[in-house]
Design a binder for this molecule. Structure first.
Ligand code: AMP
Ligand code: TRP
Length: 338
């Protein structure tokens, strides 16, 4: 049986490791919530991806609930979108194996995220970390999803997803998989660390001061913004004046994104201002925008049974979509289904 390629189906994933931060929120999750009004959306806690690096089982389970709660708190409505964790839909792992046999070593060797995560001791990295992008391609293609909203850092993985889909289609002479389109937009597709404008805001960075977590209260947000690194110049009147000023660019980008306005407007508004005044305005805006999310997270935290039920139902709905597609793929590859 051939499952038709949907017109527009959104899929995206997030690793359930640690807390979500402002980069996750502005670069991805806020967009996920906005897309669900118009599109069919599937959002996944990628726990199979989370075990590609050393991890603790108790923490993984807790983070899976915590990250799912953040998605709901950010406005993702499980009555509308599918929200689930990857390990509970076995078709992801099944298709990932098939894609491991389609992806070429040369393609995987080019992946910058592997190089960053493996570090210097590459021989000691897990094989799973190396083939991570094939699993990511499977996550998307097991639903024949057409659009994937992510931050800038995932662009290369989505290019590989297209290569795998195209290669599968041409190897077997079929039109089974779509060529996925990345959705990377907004003024904060790459939010940088508050301590260093040249490195990405990340869950794995040691210093808590480098990121604003979705769980931070108003005082913590204020302290982190006050301590954020800046330069000595006043703020420029237009975005060209941000060139060579990574910290200023980052903070103004965060403000613009929280404000849902272009960076040019933010520059115009703060032209000539000192960082001290700007930081006060940024704190006020960040607290105002994040407080509802944090409040809702606290409420959901007190009700883990609800989150578990959302994930259980989400996995059921996801599996129902994936099953006919994995069967189609098995037929194409030539697996006997007696
Ligand atoms: P991760 O936490 O790595 O699983 O990422 C989840 C989503 O957040 C992905 O779509 C990433 O591209 C996005 N993301 C992660 N860090 C950042 C950042 N610093 N700026 C913008 N987007 C980000
Ligand atoms: N690799 C993504 C990240 O680290 C998470 C992810 C896994 C994903 N599978 C995906 C994102 C499928 C989009 C689509 O952020």
């Amino acid at each position: 049986m051939t499952v038709p390629i949907p017109n527009q189906r959104i899929f995206s994933g997030v690793q359930p490791t640690g807390n979500l931060h402002l980069g996750n929120y502005l670069g991805a999750i806020r967009n996920w919530a906005r897309l669900q009004d118009e599109y069919e959306c599937i959002y996944c806690m990628v726990d199979l991806h989370a075990i590609t690096m050393p991890q603790d089982p108790v923490e993984l389970r807790a983070s899976t609930r915590e990250v799912a709660a953040s998605l709901l708190a950010a406005g993702i409505d499980p009555a509308d979108s599918i929200v689930f964790n990857q390990s509970q839909v076995p078709a992801h792992a099944e298709l990932a194996w098939i894609f491991n046999c389609v992806a070429r070593l040369g393609w995987l060797n080019r992946m910058t995220q592997f190089k960053e995560k493996a570090g210097k001791d590459r021989d000691n990295a897990s094989a799973g970390l190396y083939t991570y992008p094939a699993l990511m391609a499977a996550d998307i293609m097991v639903y024949k999803a057409t659009h994937v909203p992510v931050g800038e850092d995932q662009k290369q993985h989505l290019e590989l997803t297209r290569d795998v889909a195209q290669s599968f289609n041409s190897q077997f002479g079929v039109e089974c998989f779509p060529l996925v389109e990345p959705l990377i937009y907004g003024e904060a597709t790459r939010v940088m660390s508050l301590r260093d404008g040249n490195s990405k805001m990340s869950k794995s960075e040691k210093s808590e001061m480098s990121r604003i977590n979705l769980t931070d209260d108003a005082d913590t947000i204020a302290r982190k913004i006050r301590k954020a690194r800046t330069d000595a110049e006043p703020l420029p009147g237009d975005p060209e004046g941000l060139e060579g000023r990574p910290e200023a660019l980052n903070l103004l980008g965060i403000y613009a994104s929280l404000d849902d306005a272009p960076v040019a407007d933010t520059c115009q508004h703060f032209a000539g201002a000192q960082f001290s005044a700007f930081k006060e305005a940024l704190t006020e805006l960040a607290v105002a925008k994040l407080a509802p999310v944090t409040g809702e997270m606290n409420r959901l935290r007190a009700d883990p049974g609800h989150v578990d039920e959302v994930l259980r139902q989400g996995a059921e709905r996801a599996a129902a979509l994936a099953e006919p597609i994995i069967r189609e793929v098995q037929d194409i590859v030539g697996f006997l289904r007696p």
